[in-house]
Design a binder for this molecule. Structure first.
Ligand SMILES: [Ca+2]
Ligand SMILES: [Ca+2]
Length: 250
């Protein structure tokens, strides 16, 4: 049967129906402006607000997240803690995403922790919904390595309340500290890293005793900017520890 369009009259009733239909469609398109929510981070079923894990172990992290409509994905990234430099190892490349089409998900992430490092990091968890709205959470993550050396460091000038060291361009930064390890120390060095964490200067400390103390490593920088002073200690078994502070050259 053919419909003769010319016979459909735009009565007030038809116009009202069309208007309501258009409004309903628009509401539907704009409905989800509610961001997702990360409800809980759990390890072996127990909710955590910080992560402590031993070297050489496998970490099973569960992220519980929810959205009013649909979660798109959840990502876990391990990031550097500003006061704990990143050791050169693959774990710090951990950046794993899992997609989900559900409004609620419990997603499993498995991280293998290397044997040889002790580190402090941040685990950043991001949940994204189907419209790109996000929720994110950053929780501290400490890799406990009872085999790695201990390091104590201090600076002159001393760090401020934010844990940052400020020096003027050309001013001397004097570092002192001590490293210790029951297995004996293989190496100890004090370094200045640039903003990209590339070493600019290294002062090796000869190991003449255990524990090994030093008080005479110094650095200066003529160029203003952000740097990091780093102490690295390695024991005779290859376990490695880092101590670090941000240095701002004003
Ligand atoms: Ca949403
Ligand atoms: Ca050791």
């Amino acid at each position: 049967m053919m419909i003769n369009l010319s016979k459909i009259r735009l009565t007030p009733f038809v116009l009202a129906v069309i208007t309501l239909f258009a409004a309903a469609c628009q509401d539907r398109e704009q409905a989800d402006i509610t961001p997702p929510e990360i409800e809980e981070i759990a390890i072996d079923g127990i909710a955590v607000t910080a992560i402590q894990v031993e070297q050489g172990s496998t970490l099973n992290l569960t992220v519980h997240a929810r959205d009013n409509e649909a979660l798109e994905k959840v990502t876990v990234t391990l990031m550097e803690n500003t006061n704990s430099p990143t050791p050169p190892t693959g774990i710090y490349a951990f950046n794993q995403s899992q997609t989900t089409g559900s409004d609620h998900a419990a997603l499993q992430f498995e991280l293998t922790i290397p044997e040889s490092i002790a580190a402090q990091m941040i685990a950043k968890i991001v949940a994204v919904d189907a419209n790109g709205y996000t929720d994110q959470l950053e929780i501290p993550m400490i890799i406990i390595n009872s085999q790695a050396p201990t390091i104590a460091g201090s600076s002159n000038p001393a760090e401020d309340a934010n844990g940052e060291i400020h020096i003027n361009a050309g001013q001397n930064l004097l570092m002192s500290g001590e490293a210790n390890d029951a297995d004996g120390l293989q190496s100890l060095s004090v370094m200045l890293w640039d903003a990209n964490d590339q070493p600019l200067a290294t002062t090796p400390i000869a190991i003449t005793a255990t524990p090994m103390a030093f008080s005479d490593a110094s650095f200066d920088q003529a160029v203003s900017g952000r740097y990091r002073v780093v102490i690295e200690a390695v024991d005779n078994s290859g376990h490695r520890s880092y101590w670090g502070r941000i240095v701002i050259v004003d």
